[in-house]
Design a protein. Structure first.
Length: 276
């Protein structure tokens, strides 16, 4: 059986940057999980003594606090800066961009429509920068119910890891029904590249392995894309979840990985499949 890696996979720019920041600041704490990968967070804890806090009250005096890749709500960031702590912002620049856009557009009087998951930490952060209540949707059906509450001037941004095709549906519907629509394509290029590569490889593979955190939005998107083209697609966090029978009689095994998946986990998965 041949093992093929997608031409683009794994760590994106923002995650590489955040991990480098954490490694350069041993004995610090991250506000919220730095990235959506439990194994990498454990490695940072074990090798660099990088801890984790979820609330302002958990932050001690004179601590160094690293802001997670997905960003945090504006009010929490301001409260942290008011404490006697060193704040190191590892928010991905691709996430900072929609935060800035939402703040500016809401100040200019636009209704703000955010395409994304309202429960995702990135979206919670982006929402907090709007001076008026923003509207968060995942589908045109959800958007339809909100139309009477939207002004004629609308600005829209997207969660960095969502599918571009789905965002286009939201944008097209808004443009058909509102007088002025400001569209900001805030989906990350790395997301496009990883998704395109996964789509391409899954069309020729007999079995697809998608490696990444099960709570990672971009990893789940990769899995859904692979499943569309290759019914035998499996989402795993590490090599311990692999099953030998998945590969029986297969000729091509395709492998891709989410933007928060480190190379050392990917290599362990490949080694385990080779042993099978």
């Amino acid at each position: 059986m041949e093992i093929k890696l997608a031409r683009n996979y794994g760590f994106c720019f923002g995650v590489k940057r955040a991990i480098k920041i954490a490694e350069e600041n041993p004995k610090s704490v991250t506000f919220g999980p730095l990235i959506h990968n439990k194994k990498e967070i454990e490695r940072l804890k074990g090798n660099f003594d990088v801890g984790l806090v979820e609330t302002i009250d958990e932050v001690g005096e004179n601590q160094r606090v690293v802001i997670r890749t997905h960003g945090i709500p504006k009010d929490r960031l301001e409260k942290l800066k008011e404490k006697n702590v060193e704040v190191i912002d590892a928010t991905c620049p691709f996430v900072t961009k929609p935060q800035e856009i939402v703040e500016q557009m809401s100040q200019e009087g636009y209704s703000v429509v955010i395409f994304g998951d309202i429960n995702h930490p990135e979206i919670k952060g982006v929402m907090s920068y709007s001076v008026t209540k923003p509207f968060v949707v995942l589908s045109v059906e959800e958007l339809k119910t909100l139309m009477p509450r939207l002004k004629e001037r609308v600005a829209t941004v997207a969660q960095t890891t969502r599918k571009f095709e789905e965002y286009k549906k939201i944008v097209n519907f808004l443009m058909e029904h509102k007088k002025e629509v400001r569209v900001f394509n805030t989906i990350c290029n790395a997301t496009f590249e990883n998704q395109d590569a996964a789509r391409e490889l899954s069309q020729e593979a007999d079995v697809m392995i998608v490696i990444g955190g099960k709570n990672s939005s971009n990893t789940k998107q990769l899995y859904n894309i692979c499943k569309e083209n290759c019914k035998e697609s499996y989402l795993i966090e590490d090599e311990s979840e692999l099953k030998k029978e998945w590969f029986d009689g297969k000729k091509i095994c395709g492998i891709t990985a989410g933007a928060s998946t480190p190379d050392w986990i990917i290599q362990k998965v490949i080694e385990t499949i080779k042993k099978f």
